[in-house]
Every structure is written in C-alpha cells, then in structure tokens.
Design a protein around this ligand. Structure first.
Ligand code: ADP
Ligand code: MG
Length: 241
C-alpha cells in the first residue's frame, strides 16, 4: 500500500543517513587517531602544537555533525505564527552583510511590498534563508551579487535568492539536499537537506535553477496570508558598498 511504501522510503532514508553519519565521523576519528599516535611516540615532537590544533579542529567537526543530527532527530513541532517576512529577510541580509562585504559580494533586496504576512516558524525560516544566502556567498569566490526578490503569484509568495556564482552542472544539481552531499572542503552537506525539510513542513516548495559559471536561483514558494503595498516604488537595497 501507499503507506507501506512511505514507511519503506523512510527506512531507506534512515539507513542512508546512518551510513552518512558513520562515514563523516570516521574520517575525523582516523585523523585524530593518527596524530595522537604521533604524539605518543614522541612527546617532544616539534610539531606537537600543530598536531594538537588539528586534533582540536577534528573534534569540533565531529561535534558539529552530532549537533546538527540532534537538531534533526528532535521532532520539534513548528511554532507557527503570522509574521511579516519582509523584516525577516532584511534581518538575514544584515546578519550576512559583514561576511559578504569581506568577500566582495553585494547583497540586494528587491521588495515591492511593505508587508507580506505568512504563517511560519520565524527562526526556522531564518535558518533556511541564512543557508541559501551563505551558500550563495560561498559560490562566489571572486565576489559577485546576491539578489533576494519577493513576488506574489496566486496567493503564494515567491522568495528567490539569486547569485552570480559558479553554478552547478546537472549531475550536481540532482544531488543537492542529499545528506552529506557537498563539494566544499569544509562543508558538511546538511544545510540544504535541513532547509528543504523546513520549507516542506511549511507546506512550501523549493525550486532550483542553475547554470555553470552563470549562477544559481533558489526559489522558495510559500502559502501567503495578506499583503500590504508600499505607496512609493518600494525598492529596498541592503548592503550596497
Ligand atoms: P554545504 O554548504 O555544507 O556544502 P549544502 O547542503 O548547503 O552543504 O550544499 C550542498 C552543495 O550544494 C554545496 O556543497 C554546493 O556544491 C551546492 N550548492 C548549494 N548552493 C549553491 C549555490 N548557490 N551555488 C552553487 N552550488 C551550490
Ligand atoms: Mg551550505
């Protein structure tokens, strides 16, 4: 039956996740073991501090993975409230502005509405937007632009996060959101999985379009409650350098 299929899907997902966690934790453990063995062999090794530093970094990496998973495994109910998403987006952009500026990334926010009310869990939604904006910044090693655009279509609000970064080829695009799928040296490949989950739990959807060396668009579509328009042209720009 459909329900059984659903359960099987879930079990498969759990297995995939468990295998991923084990794999992710084994790498730092192996390197910690190696460096600890060095230190045991020669307690006056001149690279002692460097090795201890590496071990500390690896401990932090394991810790981060475990934290993320605790977060995921807690079936916390969404705390839904009616919120204006305009200041939520502005807040996320101001949180990332400093980091963006350092990396020669300019952030823009094009919003033609003063108030767009949706039912959402504000903190979770912020987490999603942060993930997308930070991914965008990370996709532009030589700087560029991130534009956040809100549009209203058929009782839904579309929030697009558009970057001018490296983009993704189709086989990579297909894999995003898989647990631990990352192309970054220090990425953990959990951000999108968590973000997609959060949007789904808001009865929303995420569409992604990407072109290599052109950039990527993450389009979040959420059910909307009410809109209030600006009287002027309402263009907001954040983080112009
Ligand atoms: P992480 O950022 O830790 O790698 P994510 O789940 O956030 O994990 O992203 C998974 C992968 O998706 C990234 O490693 C990258 O390859 C790809 N990706 C995500 N966002 C973008 C983007 N804006 N531009 C290009 N690639 C992206
Ligand atoms: Mg990420």
């Amino acid at each position: 039956t459909e329900e059984m299929l659903h359960r099987q899907d879930k079990l498969a997902a759990v297995g995939q996740l468990a295998a991923g966690v084990a794999h992710e934790i084994r790498n730092p453990l192996t390197s910690m073991k190696g460096y600890t063995e060095y230190l045991q062999l020669d307690e006056k090794d001149e690279n002692r501090l460097e090795y201890l530093g590496i071990i500390m970094d690896e401990i932090n990496r394991v810790n981060e993975i475990v934290e993320e998973f605790l977060e995921l495994s807690k079936p916390q109910p969404l705390i839904l409230e009616t919120k204006n998403i305009v200041p939520i987006i502005q807040n996320v952009l101001s949180l990332t502005e400093f980091d963006a500026r350092k990396k020669n990334v300019i952030l823009f926010f094009d919003c033609y509405h003063e108030e767009i009310l949706i039912r959402c869990d504000e903190n979770r939604l912020k987490q999603v937007l942060l993930n997308f904006v930070i991914n965008g910044i990370e996709a532009m090693p030589d700087g560029g632009e991130i534009k956040v655009v809100t549009e209203l279509k058929e009782e839904k609000v579309h929030i697009s996060i558009i970057d001018t970064g490296v983009g993704m080829p189709p086989d990579q695009l297909r894999r995003i959101g898989e647990p631990f799928f990352t192309t970054k040296k220090s990425g953990n490949g959990l951000g999108l999985m968590i973000s997609f989950k959060i949007i789904e739990s808001h009865l929303g959807r995420v569409f992604v379009e990407s072109e290599v060396n052109k950039g990527t668009v993450f389009n979040i579509v959420l059910p909307m409650e009410i809109v209030k328009d600006f009287s002027n042209d309402g263009i907001e720009k954040v983080g112009l350098v």
